[in-house]
Design a protein around this ligand. Structure first.
Ligand SMILES: C=C1C[C@]23C[C@@]1(O)CC[C@H]2[C@@]12CC[C@H](O)[C@@](C)(C(=O)O1)[C@H]2[C@@H]3C(=O)O
Ligand SMILES: O=C(O)CCC(=O)C(=O)O
Ligand SMILES: [Fe+2]
Length: 331
């Protein structure tokens, strides 16, 4: 169903589709198949029975709430976010703005401990242990999902994707976003919390506090809300690097977060990334003479540098095409 919303810009439409919910305890080969299908069709899916203990999630959420409830001057001690730390309204380094405050953390244990001291001077250990346990759990889940994807793609080596993010030196990030309640009275609200973009990394694992806001763009101009139910689910999305490694078979889909009219929203995103020197290219098993590489090979450091030199909504992958002038539909 497509419903035009009077409160969004005239060209915007909202479509009511439910993105797949995948039970990770179901038959392994069936799960692999469903994950591959979801990544090809939507670039997004939700997982339930993911094995992340409830208390690991609630402790992390509690630390997030406590942090965002602090006075602005205290939160700023963890900033500015250039690119890690606390930020408010300004997103990235190129002038993007949104109705959001956030905290971006590097996920290696040393850096978590170091940053925690600027976040809580009275009890830094409470914050750092909640983040460490959460990061350890979501990293394990990310590896499991990447292994299921590799199997579903027919890879002989099941860890061909997950080994990229396992290294302690991996460039993975944890981001906490806090969106205020919309005050425009519109239903659905028209204010953008976090503007449209794709995630540059390999895979994103997102939890939200049960409040709506995330939307994905499947076709030009049509937005699909991703509701946060079931509450125990994690929302998973393909990042730009996975689109490159699958030679365009999996989609790194544009998404955005809108404000909610009734409640403030908190989301926690784990961005699974490789090490800076990792070389990214299409998996050989997905290449054929009819399907040559869509992208040239590059390092994650090169891609990251390009990402930070561009605006939030820019298409970064276009800069890494193997044949920049080729017609997209001809491949
Ligand atoms: C405008 C920007 C913000 C961003 C870096 C970028 O230059 C382009 C990508 C943005 C993004 C989106 C996903 C993640 O939230 C993020 C941390 C990332 O790795 O890429 C953000 C960056 C950011 O907010 O610093
Ligand atoms: O808050 C959300 O639901 C989306 C956040 C997001 O897309 C991001 O942090 O990259
Ligand atoms: Fe995102």
């Amino acid at each position: 169903m497509v419903v035009a919303s009077p409160n969004l810009s005239k060209t915007e439409k909202i479509r009511d589709i439910e993105i797949p919910i995948i039970d990770l305890l179901a038959d392994r080969s069936e799960v692999s198949k469903l994950i591959v299908q979801a990544c090809e069709e939507f670039g997004f899916f939700k997982v339930i029975n993911h094995g992340i203990p409830h208390d690991v999630i609630t402790r992390m959420e509690q630390q997030g709430y406590e942090f965002f409830a602090k006075p602005e001057s205290v939160k700023q001690q963890a900033g500015p976010a250039n690119p890690y730390g606390y930020g408010s309204k300004n997103i990235g380094l190129k002038g993007d703005i949104g109705e959001v405050e956030y905290l971006i953390l590097q996920t290696n244990p040393l850096s978590i401990d170091h940053k925690s001291k600027t976040i809580s001077s009275t009890d830094p250990n409470k914050f750092s242990s909640a983040v460490r346990r959460y990061v350890e759990a979501v990293k394990k889940l990310a590896c499991e999902i990447l292994d299921l994807m590799a199997a579903g793609l027919g890879a002989l080596d099941p860890s061909v994707l997950s080994r990229l993010i396992r290294d302690v030196e991996s460039d993975s990030l944890l981001r906490l976003n806090h969106y205020p309640k919309a005050d425009d009275g519109a239903t659905p609200p028209s204010s953008i919390g976090f503007g449209e973009h794709t995630d540059p990394q390999i895979l994103t694992l997102l939890r939200s506090n049960g409040v709506d806001g995330l939307q994905i763009s499947l076709d030009d101009g049509v937005w699909v809300p991703v509701n946060p139910h079931p509450v125990s689910a994690f929302c998973i999305n393909v990042g730009d690097m996975l689109q490159v490694m699958t030679n365009g078979r999996f989609l790194s889909v544009r998404h955005r977060a809108m404000l909610n009219s009734y409640k403030s929203r908190m989301s926690m995103a784990y961005f699974a990334a490789p090490t800076l020197d990792a070389r990214i290219s299409s998996l050989p098993l997905l290449l054929t003479p009819q399907k040559p590489p869509l992208y040239r090979s590059f390092t994650w450091a090169e891609y990251k540098k390009a990402a930070y030199s561009l605006r939030l909504g820019d298409s970064r992958l276009n800069h890494f095409k193997a044949r920049p002038d080729a017609d997209e539909n001809s491949t």
